[in-house]
Each structure stands twice: as structure tokens, then as C-alpha cells.
Design a binder for this molecule. Sequence first.
Ligand SMILES: Cc1ncc(COP(=O)(O)O)c(C=O)c1O
Length: 292
Amino acid sequence: MGLKIFMDGQLIEEDQAKVSVFDHGLLYGDGVFEGIRSYNCLVFRLGAHVDRLYRSAEGIRLEIPMTKEEMRMRTIETLKANNIADGYVRTIITRGVGDLGLDPLKCAKPSIIIIAHKISLYPDEFYEKGLKIITAKTRRNSSFALPPTIKSLNYLNNILAKIEATDAGTEEALMLNVEGYVSECTGDNVFMIKNGKLITPLIESGALEGITRRAVMDIAEIKGMKVEEIMMRPEDILSADELFLTGTAAQIVPVIELDGNKIGRGNVGEMTKNLIEDFRVLTKTDGEKYAL
Ligand SMILES: Cc1ncc(COP(=O)(O)O)c(C=O)c1O
């Protein structure tokens, strides 16, 4: 038996969950989404994910036909219906069915889709040995074109950079904004540690307001670490003691090399290891609980 998918008000079988070829989510990437994780029946920072989903929707003037409270409830309902304690939820809001023209006003009603799946974990090696990454030639979208704070269904900017990463035999690629400052990676935020300080690019540099990013900053502040958001230059990274990426799926992944240059001593840093451990602890308490 396949998964049960929440789609437009009801849970349906996976093979029945289909979108129209006239949905503007498909035709134009017109829509928004979220990636959410549950840990042992605790949905990590669900409220923050739902808030970001609605902010993204507002950013493209899409009104989600559901309250935030119901969205949280439906997320949990979908996890429960699939008997998932540890999983990954993909919530998708498409503009809905329209004609072949661009006009979103001609789309009848946004579609709400929630997919709850077992999480496919990254190999342990990523965390134990750290990643080697490259800087992509593809620049992050300008905020004047498509603000990176909007988690839209149009991820081609990130995909182009991801292709560069794959071509280079790496897992991730660092993206700079059009001015040449560091923004983020294709699907993760980026952090460096220098002289005991935690430093990350400002959201204004073209980064998504990552839920994991915020959580790591919260942890660091509680530990008494100094946290700074800056306009980060690529050369700042080369002088970092430690480097790591954050994201819902990846959590915290150490990076040991950028464009062939070693970061720090070229191995996984102690402070990064500590943050990984603290984050693991946080996922046991910080979320919305459900029972199976
Ligand atoms: C472009 C981009 N940056 C950063 C992130 C990390 O954000 P979060 O920690 O909320 O998953 C993601 C993943 O959602 C992403 O797609």
C-alpha cells in the first residue's frame, strides 16, 4: 500500500494524488512549499515552518485557503495517517488550475498538498568526515527579481548551482549573490566559526530564513557564543576555523574544503561537533507532539 496524501481537504491514496496539467504550480512554478521534519513524534518547530509558508505565500500574493492552525493540524494528521514517527513532510501550495496564460487571477483556487514520508538520511560519512564543496558560478537570485526569502516552487536558480556541484563531484555548492557576497548553499544555509564566534550571512545577502539556521543561532546564544550576521565575503570563509551547513533534511553538516582550499585544519571542528550534539538534543524537545 502506498502513502496517504493530504490533498485539497482529504487524505487520499498516493496513486490518486494527481495535479492537473493546467495547474500553474506545474506550468510556471507558481506556488510555495515547506520541508518539515518530525523526530520521534515531535514535529520540529512546526509553528515556524507554517509561519514561513504563509509568509512565502504572501510574497507571491497567494492566499492559502486554510488557517495556520488547521495547517498545523493537517500536517500532524498526515504524519499519523502514515504511521510516521520520524519523517519528512513536504507541504506544497500551488496557485491552482488556470489557463495557459500567466495570469494567476485566472486560477480558480490554490491546491494544498501534504506529503509525509520516511526520512532518507544522509550517509554518516558526511557528518564524520565533512563535505568538500565548491563555489557555484550561478549567482543567487536577486531580491529585486525573486526574493530568496520566498520558498517558491521555482527552484531553478538552486538547481543550476546544484548541477555545478554534481559536475564537480561535490554534494553542495556555495552561492554568492549578484554583488559577490556569500548568500547560502543550494538547499542549506551556511555558517562559519572564527575565534569562537558564530558567523552567518545576513538574510539580506539572499538567504532563506532557515528554521535550522535560527535554531543553531538560538543554541549558540544559549551557550554564550557570540553570534553575528554579516555581509560575508568568499575570502572570509577561507580564513574560517570551521564551516558548516544547516537545513531541515541535512541538520548540521560540517564542511572541510571549499574549492580545494582546506577550512581550518581540514577536518571536522570541535565546535561544529558540539553544535551537532546540541541540535540533536533540541530535536527531542522543541516541537509539536503527536501520538501514533
Ligand atoms: C535555499 C535553501 N536555503 C536554506 C534552507 C534551509 O532551511 P531550513 O533549515 O528551514 O530547512 C533550505 C531548505 O529548506 C533551502 O531550500
